[in-house]
Write a protein that binds this ligand. Structure first.
Ligand code: KG4
Ligand code: ZN
Length: 333
């Protein structure tokens, strides 16, 4: 089944064509990062307008790369949230329109769950990896989830304030580094001492697996203001604290929930430093290739195909959902 995947929940206009959930025929990602860099984050109205302007030519490019015509598309999948309403609306309307015009089924998927699908689809398993732990670490979201299958997902813990990528972006802004800040912080941190400042990790009352990064961000702000070290050392210490927090909670959840694998998704999963730190733990951890860590249409097409196999079409009446509530695992945590 040839699936068109459309992703416009944030600042990437991404369109892809995937065959039978795994075979990538084309993958077009147009990043708006340059447009938003001077704002230190995504400017919602500009993002929506840019999706609208870029969409038609990117769709043409996507079809050309796959050597297909629009008529050969058999399923249309789109992310209906979470994200920025105005941005989601552009992709969602485009997907509905194409579905109606082609008389082909339409499926709307959860963007965050699709990030985990990106990790799953990128590996061939010789064992059943479920139940698995899912780790979503992006600019907009940070969550630890229990995956009973690739489409049956339950929240274990999420951030109560900033997302992990967002905290990197905010710290970068404090250091006058452009958006997206994660890679810039990593570069700077490579020259610094990660143990220079013993920053405190964020803890959340009543949930061992929840995250909080705003306190860490404030500690970094004071360290910069009080010149507690070189920028390189502050960046390295911040990065070390945030990643160690993630690793500690992941390890704990992995054993408590008897998981067989860990799937990681989201932009922060691109970090070489994080991957090196995780390697030392010798866990069965699976990442997408770097290009599929970021927002992309491949994961939307693939996950849409999977969801369509399990539960069929979505109603065309579906609207953008800025925050999609999680199913919560009932075991006491
Ligand atoms: O997945 P993504 O496109 O964002 C959302 O879907 O929300 O990822 C972008 C985020 C940005 O916050 C960026 O700073 C972060 O991923 N990021 C990193 C690294 N590379 C990207 N954060 C830390 N270290 C990195 N190497
Ligand atoms: Zn994302």
């Amino acid at each position: 089944m040839i699936t068109l995947g459309i992703e416009t929940t944030c600042d990437e206009t991404a369109i892809a064509i995937v065959k039978s959930g795994k075979e990538i025929l084309s993958n077009i990602i147009f990043s708006q990062a340059d447009l938003h860099s001077s704002f230190g984050g995504v400017y919602p109205e500009l993002a929506a307008r840019e999706h609208l302007i870029r969409f038609p030519s990117l769709l043409d490019l996507c079809l050309k790369e796959a050597h297909l015509s629009l008529n050969e598309i058999e399923l249309i999948s789109v992310a209906y949230g979470p994200g920025l309403v105005g941005s989601i609306q552009i992709g969602l309307n485009a997907a509905k329109t194409i579905s109606i015009a082609l008389k082909k089924p339409f499926v709307a998927v959860n963007h965050i769950e699709a990030h985990l699908y990106a990790a799953w689809m990128s590996h061939d398993f010789t064992f059943d990896p479920f139940p698995a732990l899912g780790l979503i670490i992006s600019g907009g979201h940070t969550a630890l989830v229990l995956m009973k299958s690739v489409t049956d997902i339950y929240l274990i813990g999420s951030t109560i304030d900033d997302a992990m990528g967002e905290s990197f972006d905010k710290v970068a802004k404090m250091m006058d580094l452009p958006y997206p800040g994660g890679p810039k912080i990593e570069q700077l941190a490579n020259q610094g001492n990660p143990h220079h400042i013993p920053f405190k990790k964020g803890t959340v009352k009543d949930n061992l697996y929840a995250f909080s990064f705003s306190g860490l961000k404030t500690q970094v702000l004071y360290a910069i203001r009080d010149q507690k070290g070189l920028k390189e050392d502050i960046a390295a210490s911040f990065q070390q604290t945030a990643f160690q927090d993630l690793i500690d909670k992941t390890k704990k959840a992995f054993s408590q929930f008897d998981c067989k694998a860990i799937f990681v998704g989201g932009g922060v999963a691109q970090s070489k430093t994080l991957r090196t730190l995780f390697e030392k733990e010798e866990l069965p951890i699976f990442y997408p290739p770097p290009l599929l860590c970021l927002d992309n249409g491949v994961m939307i097409a693939g996950y849409g195909y999977e969801q369509f196999q399990n539960s069929g079409q979505s109603p065309l009446s579906i609207e953008p959902v800025p925050r999609i509530p999680w199913k919560v695992h009932k075991k006491e945590i």
